[in-house]
Write a protein that binds this ligand. Structure first.
Ligand SMILES: Cc1cc2nc3c(=O)[nH]c(=O)nc-3n(C[C@H](O)[C@H](O)[C@H](O)COP(=O)(O)OP(=O)(O)OC[C@H]3O[C@@H](n4cnc5c(N)ncnc54)[C@H](O)[C@@H]3O)c2cc1C
Length: 491
């Protein structure tokens, strides 16, 4: 069977030997390679593509970091590791609190590590609400920190730190030359300088396991040729997500599998690491979890509108982080959602969301959208009555986004699935310890096997609690833990 582990006794020769074998050269793999080299281990990295970078290199390069980073401090932002811990815990209640604690406690040190090994963050702070601001400032609000109930669980602070784009310029989502590419070029250059070796066009196929169940190597192919590598200390799986594998999407993540959502990322995110891990006894976690977005803002004024479903009923705080509001739209009956605005706050969404129409009265709009008679009128009447007192008792929108919608004409912007670009990626992966060791369903460590990044499950596990930067944050941070642990393992 494809991906089934090979018994060591069935391997008659090894083509190469190393201490730590890293599979995949994205954020997680490069970070593991750097730490393992710094700990004195020999490191070989296998990368299926002809160059490193993976999905990370396509990203804008936001990393979720806090607790008093250099850029936070420079901009007068007060933040503590405890507030960051409480925020992440509130957003990711199914994640392991030990991992969140470690990540929050070491976040400032991780920021420093990224500056030392990848690239320097811009000093600036972007205070507005945007899905990915086009200017150079690194620090931005990239989560639900100011959104109820999270703002009551932890003192809000901006924690998204964007890597600079090429020549300090910003480039759009998925384009080359963005912060993700700059970061990957930096990390790969560091790993190379430290003496890691790289094999490209190297497609990992099967783990090699000794009679005691320890992972001791791997078979890969380059085009038609087979290669066997011995790993004295451990194998680190860092092959990214599984958005490019339709069969796995259908089986594990059916909501994201829909044709109406574009799966973004590298061509090779086919879940190979997930399957290799399972072949050695590893368990998978949160496999139905995903990130999805189709942001209706900016302009920021649109956050003062209300989202209603096909029953004319509100369902989420409209000032939520964009993946939270998008995910909430997808949970509505028939996945239909409309953003209702009035003339005072109207603006065209930067993303190409359809402007359905404008009407002189709420009653006409209700009929025009085919909503049940009286439904939208009631919803708006209740919303406006409280908004007149800057209040939103139903969803507790942040006061600056609460304003009565009373000035005609009234417009509806279509936030239903398929009417604008929706995009997403997978979040589920191998169950791991805080050190990145791959675990069985019962929690036992599989000796010699580590995993990090999008093929492991660490901090981010669904869109409702996602904050931009959590993926690259966990990929780099837990990639480092894998590199450290593997390098320290006994041969
Ligand atoms: C457009 C876009 C924007 C994003 N923006 C952000 C953001 O701003 N902040 C954030 O936190 N997250 C963001 N994400 C998500 C984030 O980029 C990923 O979750 C994260 O980078 C995953 O890192 P990784 O190292 O696990 O995987 P990747 O970077 O995908 O690297 C995996 C590598 O493994 C290789 N590989 C796969 N299979 C094999 C095999 N069989 N053998 C050998 N090699 C193999 C792949 O070729 C690839 O190079 C974004 C994603 C996209 C697509």
């Amino acid at each position: 069977m494809a991906f089934e582990a090979i018994a060591l006794g069935d391997v008659d020769h090894f083509d190469d030997t190393t201490d730590v074998l890293v599979v995949g050269l994205g954020a997680a793999g490069a970070s593991a390679a750097i730490e393992a080299r710094q700990a004195g281990a020999e490191v070989l990295v296998l990368e299926r593509a002809s160059a490193g970078g993976g999905s990370t290199a396509l990203s804008g390069g936001f990393i979720y970091l806090g607790g008093g980073t250099r850029v936070q401090t420079l901009n007068g932002i007060e933040d503590t590791a405890e507030d960051m811990f409480q925020y992440l815990l509130a957003n990711s209640p199914e994640s392991d609190p030990k991992k969140i604690r470690l990540y929050a406690d070491q976040s400032v040190a991780h920021f420093d590590w990224l500056e030392a090994n990848a690239a320097r963050f811009d000093d600036g702070y972007y205070p507005h609400k945007h899905y990915e601001h086009a200017s150079a400032e690194s620090l931005a609000w990239t989560g639900n920190e100011l959104v109820w109930p999270f703002r009551e669980r932890a003192k809000p602070a901006p924690r998204g730190h964007k890597m600079p784009g090429k020549d300090d310029k910003h480039v759009g989502v998925g384009e080359t030359g963005g912060g993700g590419q700059v970061m990957m070029e930096g990390l790969i250059a560091t790993a190379r300088r430290l003496g890691a070796r790289f094999e490209y066009d190297a497609n990992a196929k099967q783990l090699i396991v000794d009679p005691a169940g320890r992972v001791v190597g791997l078979r890969y192919t380059r085009f038609q040729e087979d290669f066997f590598v011995r790993a004295r200390k451990g194998v680190v799986l860092a092959t990214g997500g599984f958005g490019a594998n339709q069969a796995m999407m259908d089986e594990y993540c059916p909501e994201l599998a829909s044709d109406t959502i574009v799966k973004i990322g590298s061509t090779y995110i086919e879940g190979v690491g997930h399957r290799l891990g399972v072949s050695a006894g590893g368990a998978l976690e949160h496999m139905d979890g995903y990130f999805v977005t189709s942001p209706f803002y900016p302009p920021e004024s649109l956050l003062k509108g209300i989202l209603v479903n096909k029953h004319g009923v509100r369902f989420v705080a409209e000032d939520s982080y964009h993946s939270r509001s998008t995910a909430a739209c997808l949970k509505q009956p028939d996945q239909i959602a409309y953003l209702i605005v009035d003339n005072a706050i109207f603006g065209r969404s930067e993303f190409p969301h359809e402007l359905i129409d404008a009407w002189e009265s709420v009653e006409e709009m209700e009929a025009g959208l085919g909503l049940p008679e009286g439904s939208l009128t009631r919803t708006l009447e209740t919303y406006n009555r409280h908004a007149a007192d800057d209040d939103d008792p139903e969803f507790h929108k942040y006061p600056k986004f609460v304003q009565p919608l009373v000035e005609p004409p009234f417009a509806a912007i279509n936030c239903s699935i398929g009417t604008a670009p929706f995009m997403g990626f997978t979040l589920g992966g191998l169950k791991t310890s805080v050190k990145g060791e791959v675990l069985t369903a019962a929690g036992a460590v599989i000796p010699g096997l580590y995993a990090a990044g999008a093929c492991a499950s660490n901090l981010a596990y669904d869109s409702m609690g996602y904050s931009s930067g959590a993926c690259i944050g966990e990929s780099t941070f837990f990639g480092r833990q894998c590199g450290i642990a593997a390098a320290q393992a006994a041969e």
